[in-house]
Design a binder for this molecule. Structure first.
Ligand code: FES
Length: 237
């Protein structure tokens, strides 16, 4: 069986390796599909749904759906762009995202997507939930106001024995990210920094540092998220 799969995105012929996820194949073909929970090199979970595309007319998460021969993928359509925009708006109203005083401002993927989608005011009412900021860990602040439950930290931060340091605590709408108390000692400064870096928002902040990269010089200060991909695949809303 051939290792190469032929498929199309918005009518553009693309090639992928057999078994490759649509999202990764799109990027290999220089086509941008927005993401929040996906992290290259880490098994995808499909939790944020920002990467939704239509495959043969059906909504699928591109980060968890492998490419198949002859597949027709819709990505840059008005319907999908509005769906993704709506998800970003929902994330903003569901938590408390006060960008102007967030240490992650300019490096935040949620904020960057809001700019990319030209979100001025969400179409949904703000919920203003009452959530904690936890600072009991020696090197990390957990701000539950900003967590979007993407599970990146759960999936990517492990101790030396490969055990997850982060986990979900509680259930339903009360679920929060938590550091496993039994192995919290494994969360050294390097892992705390990694947790902060991979968090797509400002929910995990390493203690005792701030503004090491000044405002104006951060990842998305000069370029919108996804700018490195083909501009002809860039959505307009
Ligand atoms: Fe695919 Fe989050 S990036 S569901």
């Amino acid at each position: 069986m051939s290792k190469v799969v032929n498929f199309s995105i918005d009518g553009k012929n693309c090639m992928a390796e057999r078994g490759q996820y649509i999202l990764d194949a799109a990027r290999a073909n220089n086509i941008y599909i927005p993401t929040l929970c996906n992290l290259p090199g880490v098994k995808p979970r499909g939790s944020c749904r920002i990467c939704n595309v239509k495959v043969n007319g059906k909504l699928m998460t591109s980060c968890t759906t492998p490419v198949a021969e002859g597949m027709q993928v819709e990505n840059n359509t008005e319907e999908l762009l509005d769906l993704r925009k709506a998800i970003v708006e929902l994330l903003f109203v569901e938590g408390n995202h006060y960008c102007p005083f967030c240490e992650k401002s300019g490096n935040c993927e949620l904020q960057a997507l809001a700019y990319r989608f030209n979100i001025m005011v969400p179409r949904y009412p703000y919920q203003f939930p009452d959530r904690d900021i936890e600072a009991s860990s020696k090197n990390l602040i957990k701000d539950h106001n900003r967590c979007i439950l993407c599970k990146r930290c759960i999936r990517a931060i492990k101790d030396e024995e490969g055990r997850n340091i982060f986990a979900f605590k509680r259930r339903g709408h009360k679920v929060v990210i938590n550091v496993d108390s039994k192995i919290s000692g494994s969360l050294n400064d390097e892992l705390a920094q990694k947790a902060m870096d991979i968090c797509p928002v400002g929910a995990l902040i390493k203690k005792e540092q701030g503004f090491i990269i000044p405002i104006g010089k951060r990842t998305y200060d000069k370029h919108p998220i996804g700018y490195e991909f083909d501009v002809t695949s860039t959505e307009t809303l």
